[in-house]
Design a binder for this molecule. Structure first.
Ligand SMILES: C[S@@+](CC[C@H](N)C(=O)[O-])C[C@H]1O[C@@H](n2cnc3c(N)ncnc32)[C@H](O)[C@@H]1O
Length: 381
């Protein structure tokens, strides 16, 4: 996720804005990081944006901008939220900053120290501290994230921006290579990465992201839905411009984003494995990430969009992907139902935390590789 943010400045944004001139709504059916939904909602073409994703955290990120038509002053909201979180930490959690400070990297930040932190967090019952403290987050970071999550503003619009800011801050503090599939270990090679991530300040990052989000708003009020894209198509109408950026990996997105999903949900069942994964019931499953189901899922989706006479823009990597689909496959399916105009853009694809490319070649810790992305403009026949 996130490669579309880059592509928006590299031709995709221009194409979307051009198509928005004749659209009545913009419907992003796989909204992910919400960069495209935010772009469309804040564009002067002024159409309502509907964003849809099966992961709740993605819905929270979209909602923070597309459902609000005014800016608000974040300072007062932040000050009282921060005060509530401080009181919560001091009174309920009996937490003091000194009790969770980190030793120096070469002066006490050892495997034993990390193990002690893990044990202390495991004894805590709060969702983030219990599931991820001592792994993706230091004990102090985890306690703060739990405290901010437990004391969110009550006003719905402010709450949505605050939660989105907390999710974004947690994402940038997480001690993992790009995604939250596995945390860095306190090994000789990775200890430095772990330490550097544990030193980041989720509180300041939340405050800054909240200010940035509060300053953005939709031109027309839209909606964000936690729903399967294929189920939403019955609500489409002639005049809708649908944006499709479906999964290309055979590994479910929920494997890489479970930490953010837990923050969005505010609860977490017992975690498992080196990645500290919550139970399968808390990790959304997608047909698009199952090789035997992906082709029929995309075919049903495209057929249904065409039946509603909606227009669509579809992006997909040109190469053969691990869910069994490639750009040319997706183009061939599209041509059954639409008039298709295709173009290519250079992009960067996410390795989704893996250590090998589609052909089994290793690429170490790099989270993004260069690729070509196919962009199809689909017009109903
Ligand atoms: C390639 S990413 C989208 C990235 C997004 N365009 C961005 O700029 O960040 C695919 C997204 O589709 C979501 N997803 C997977 N299967 C889905 C389904 N059946 N319905 C709706 N969303 C789905 C995933 O949770 C993920 O957020």
């Amino acid at each position: 996720m996130g490669s579309k943010r880059w592509m928006l400045g590299n031709g995709l944004g221009h194409l979307i804005r051009n198509e928005l001139k004749t659209a009545t709504r913009f419907v992003d059916l796989f909204s992910g990081s919400a960069s495209v939904a935010h772009f469309a909602a804040t564009s002067p073409e002024a159409v309502p944006v509907i964003a849809c994703d099966i992961q709740k955290f993605a819905v929270v990120l979209a909602e923070a901008v597309i459902t609000r038509t005014r800016v608000f002053d974040p300072d007062l909201i932040w000050t009282s939220w921060h005060e509530r979180a401080c009181r919560y930490l001091a009174d309920v959690r009996k937490f003091t900053a000194a009790s969770a400070s980190l030793p120096g990297l070469r002066d006490g930040f050892t495997r034993e120290f990390v193990n002690q932190e893990r044990q202390r967090c495991a004894d805590d019952k709060q969702p983030i501290t219990n599931a991820y403290g001592g792994y993706y987050f230091s004990r102090s970071q985890a306690l703060w994230i739990d405290a901010l999550r437990a004391t969110l503003p009550s006003n719905a619009a402010h709450q949505s921006v605050a939660l989105a800011a907390l999710i974004a801050a947690a994402s940038s503090c997480s001690a993992s290579p790009g995604h939250t599939a596995q945390p860095f270990r306190p090994s000789r090679g990775a200890k430095e990465f772990l330490y550097s991530a544990w030193c980041r300040d989720p509180v300041t990052q939340t405050k800054q992201t909240m200010a940035m989000l509060a300053a953005r708003h939709a031109v027309k009020k839209g909606a964000a839905l936690c729903q399967d894209a294929n189920n939403y198509t019955t609500d489409l109408e002639k005049g809708d411009l649908v944006f499709l950026d479906p999964p290309y990996s055979s590994v479910h997105y929920s494997r890489f984003y479970h930490v953010l999903e837990t923050i969005a949900r505010g609860v977490c069942g017992p975690v498992d494995g080196t990645g500290r994964y919550p139970p399968p019931t808390e990790r959304p499953r997608s047909s698009y990430s199952v090789a035997s189901e992906a082709a029929s899922a995309i075919e049903c989706l495209l057929k249904s969009i065409a039946e509603r006479e909606a227009k669509a823009i579809l992006t997909f990597p040109q190469r053969a992907c691990s869910n069994g689909l490639s750009g040319p496959d997706v183009c061939a399916i599209s041509e059954k139902y639409f008039r298709v105009k295709s173009t290519f853009k250079r992009s960067r694809f996410s390795t989704l935390g893996g250590t090998q490319d589609e052909n089994g070649n290793g690429y170490g810790r790099r989270a993004r590789l260069k690729t070509h992305e196919l962009i199809l403009t689909l017009t109903p026949r």
